[in-house]
Design a protein around this ligand. Structure first.
Ligand code: IMP
Length: 442
C-alpha cells in the first residue's frame, strides 16, 4: 500500500483522529486535504490528550511529514497557536508543511461567518463552527483568496490584504453589520506569524510526488464526513468543502491512480452537530446516555452532539460514493450495556419514490434532498445488546472470535448491509484500545 485515504462515513466526529494516528504508523507523510480549523481531532498518546484542529494528526509521529494540503483553508494565527501548544508539550513541529496553494482564513472571514449565520433566519441557520471556513472558501471560488504562497511576496500580500479588508468591510456594512477590519492592523498581525510559518510553506504536490516516486507511504486524512460534503451532504446543512474521497486527490495534488486504499471511519452509532434532519436521532435517555458515555461534545465548539442509532443507509451510500475498501468501526464500547440495540437498514418514505431509485416507499440509499430526508422514517432492525466489557476483557480479546457474540453480530450486520469489511475496531481513545481484524471473520 502506498497511498491510503481515511475519511468519515457519517456527519463527522467519527473518531478519525485516532484512526489516523493508528494508520500513520510507518507513514512518510500524513496529509490533510480539505477543511480548516472547523475540524477537531482528539488523539491520546501515552496518557497525553492532543486536540488538533488544523495540524494533521501525523505531527505526533516522529518520522513523517504532517502536510496541510492544497484543498485546506488555514487560519495562520490558529495554526501558530496550535504549533506552540504542541511544542510546549514536547512535540516537534519541524515536520509540518503548509501547501503554498492552501488559502488563508483572514479575520474578516470569521466576522462574515457570523453575519451570514445571522442572515440565515430561524431554521435556515447552518450552525457553522464560526471559524470563517465558509467565507474563506467563498473567496477561493470568487478568485479573491489569499494563499499561503502569497506570504512569500510581501508587496503582493499587502495589496491582497488591503483589498480583502476593503471588500469585506463593504460586504459587512451591506449586510447591516457594524464591524470593520483595519487593513493596517491585519497586516501588522500577519507579519507576526509570517516569519514562523514561511519556512513551512512548500509546493506540496511536488513534494508528495517526489515521496511517491521514492516508494514512500502517504496517508490522506479527511476532515468532517461524507454527509457534510458540499455536494452529497444534507445541503445546505453541510460544510463548504468536499469531504469525499475524490477530493483526497484534488485537495492534495496526488493523482487518483496513486490511491490504493480508502478507509471509511464509522462510529458505532450516529452523531451530528449543528442543524439539519437526522432520521435516527434519539431525543431520549438512550441518546443522552450515548452523549455522556461517548463524551459527545464538539472538540471545536464544545456544543453537545445530537446522538442516535447507527444509520446504515448513510454508511451504505458513503461506501458506494467513495469506493471505501474497508471500514474502521469506532466507539463500540459506548454501546455496551444498551439492550436492545436498533440499527437503521432502510428508510420508509410516505410516498412512492420509485422515480428516485427507491422501491415503492422504501429507500436504501441516502436521498439528495433534505425535504425528502425529513420525511424519512428509519426501518429499524432490533439487535441484542452486549454486557459491559472490563479493560481486562478487552485486553484478553486477541481477535474478533473473542468478542461477545452479540457484538460480532452487530459487526456482521454492518458488513452485510453495506458490503464492506470492518478491518479495525476501536474501543477507547488510546492507541492500544484498538483491534485489527483479519477480515476473514477469524
Ligand atoms: P462550518 O464547516 O464551520 O462552515 O460548519 C458547517 C456545518 O458543518 C455545521 O453543521 C458544523 O457543525 C459542521 N461541521 C464542521 N466541521 C465539523 C467537524 O469537524 N465535525 C462535525 N461537524 C462539523
Amino acid at each position: 500500500m502506498t497511498c491510503t485515504v481515511l475519511m468519515g462515513a457519517q456527519w463527522g466526529d467519527e473518531g478519525k483522529g485516532k484512526v489516523t494516528d493508528i494508520l500513520s504508523e510507518g507513514c512518510d507523510a500524513v496529509v490533510r486535504f480539505q477543511g480548516g480549523n472547523n475540524a477537531g481531532h482528539t488523539i491520546v498518546v501515552g496518557g497525553q490528550v492532543f486536540k488538533l484542529h488544523i495540524v494533521p494528526s501525523g505531527v505526533l509521529r516522529e518520522n513523517g511529514l504532517a502536510v496541510i494540503g492544497d484543498g485546506c483553508v488555514v487560519d495562520p494565527w490558529v495554526l501558530d497557536q496550535e504549533l506552540s501548544g504542541l511544542e510546549s508539550k514536547g512535540i516537534s513541529t519541524s515536520n509540518v508543511v503548509i501547501s503554498d496553494r492552501a488559502h488563508l482564513i483572514m479575520p474578516y472571514h470569521k466576522l462574515l461567518d457570523g453575519l451570514q449565520e445571522e442572515a440565515r433566519e430561524g431554521s435556515g441557520k447552518v450552525g457553522t463552527t464560526g471559524r470563517g471556513v465558509g467565507p474563506c472558501y467563498q473567496d477561493r471560488a470568487g478568485r479573491f483568496g489569499i494563499r499561503a504562497g502569497d506570504l512569500r511576496f510581501p508587496k503582493l500580500l499587502e495589496e491582497k490584504v488591503s483589498s480583502g479588508c476593503i471588500r469585506a468591510n463593504n460586504l459587512m456594512s451591506s449586510m447591516g453589520g457594524n464591524a470593520k477590519v483595519d487593513p493596517a492592523a491585519v497586516l501588522k498581525d500577519i507579519q507576526k506569524v509570517r516569519e514562523k510559518l514561511l519556512p513551512m510553506v512548500r509546493d506540496a504536490p511536488a513534494l508528495l510526488g517526489q515521496l511517491l516516486d521514492e516508494g514512500k507511504q502517504v496517508l490522506l486524512e479527511g476532515a468532517q464526513g461524507a454527509f457534510l460534503d458540499i455536494d452529497r451532504g444534507t445541503y445546505p446543512y453541510v460544510t463548504s468543502s468536499s469531504c469525499s474521497a475524490g477530493n483526497a486527490s484534488s485537495g492534495s495534488g496526488i493523482g487518483l491512480m496513486e490511491i490504493d486504499r480508502i478507509v471509511g471511519v464509522v462510529k458505532a452509532y450516529t452523531t451530528r452537530v449543528g442543524e439539519g434532519p437526522f432520521p435516527t436521532e434519539l431525543v431520549n435517555e438512550i441518546g443522552g446516555r450515548m452523549r455522556e458515555k461517548g463524551r459527545e461534545y464538539g472538540t471545536t465548539t464544545n456544543r453537545p452532539r445530537r446522538c442516535g442509532w447507527l444509520d446504515l443507509v448513510m454508511v451504505r451510500s458513503a461506501v458506494r460514493w467513495n469506493s471505501m475498501t474497508e471500514l474502521a468501526l469506532t466507539k463500540i464500547d459506548v454501546l455496551s450495556g444498551i439492550d436492545p440495540l436498533m440499527v437503521c437498514t432502510e428508510y420508509m418514505v410516505p410516498r412512492d419514490v420509485s422515480e428516485l431509485h427507491g422501491t415503492g416507499t422504501i429507500l436504501r440509499h441516502f436521498p439528495s434532498h433534505i425535504e425528502l430526508l425529513s420525511s424519512c422514517k428509519p426501518v429499524l432492525k432490533r439487535m441484542k445488546g452486549w454486557k459491559e466489557l472490563s479493560a481486562d476483557d478487552w485486553q484478553a480479546a486477541r481477535g474478533i472470535g473473542d468478542l461477545p457474540r452479540e457484538m460480532r453480530d452487530y459487526i456482521a450486520l454492518i458488513e452485510e448491509q453495506v458490503l464492506s469489511n470492518v478491518s479495525i475496531v476501536s474501543y477507547g481513545p488510546a492507541r492500544d484500545e484498538t483491534m485489527l481484524l483479519s477480515g476473514d471473520g477469524a
